[in-house]
Design a protein around this ligand. Structure first.
Ligand code: FES
Ligand code: FES
Length: 165
């Protein structure tokens, strides 16, 4: 088995937003740094860098994770989806509802909020308000737009249910 120190540079093959990528990164580079600095995907925000704020939320094999807590080398062979991948075909219905409900204030937390909310809606299409608040509890908003964020998620759930009728 090959062992690497955190300073060793290595090639990491991952799939990001459906595209195969080979990233050459030191072992200490986080997934968040790799997305922003190697790939220029700056929709994933860097804030606390210690798993407290949720601004860096991405999907890793469909699970919502804090990209600042994951080393890039750890995700070799795995699939990452960022906010850019979620909205590759334009704003999603969820993003439209964030805008319509006035949930977007400075906007800094919004990509992470959207990723967490989308993750919830995929597993729980009709979430209760407590379920929404629980799912978004790891995403902090300095502008304190929580009520409007909850309303945006509720409106998206209603819209998706209507779309399936
Ligand atoms: S930047 Fe990752 S949780 Fe705050
Ligand atoms: S909208 Fe400003 S931090 Fe949430």
């Amino acid at each position: 088995m090959t062992s690497h120190s955190l300073d060793d540079v290595q090639d990491v093959d991952i799939t990001v937003n459906g595209c195969a990528q080979r990233l050459t990164v030191p072992g200490h580079r986080t997934l968040l740094e790799a997305l922003r600095e190697n790939l220029g995907l700056t929709g994933t925000k860097s804030c606390c860098a210690e798993g407290e704020c949720g601004a860096c939320t991405v999907f890793l094999d469909g699970r919502a994770v804090n990209a600042c807590l994951v080393l890039c080398a750890e995700v070799a062979g795995h699939e990452v989806t960022t906010i850019e991948g979620l909205s590759a075909n334009g704003p999603t219905d969820l993003q439209e509802e964030f805008l319509a409900s006035g949930a977007v204030q400075c906007g800094f937390c919004i990509p992470g909020q959207v990723m967490s909310a989308e993750h919830l809606l995929r597993s729980t299409p009709q979430p209760s308000e407590p379920q929404i608040r629980d799912a978004l509890s790891g995403n902090l908003c300095r502008c304190a737009g929580y009520q409007r964020i909850v309303r945006a998620v509720q409106a998206t759930a209603v819209r998706r249910a209507a779309d399936h009728d």
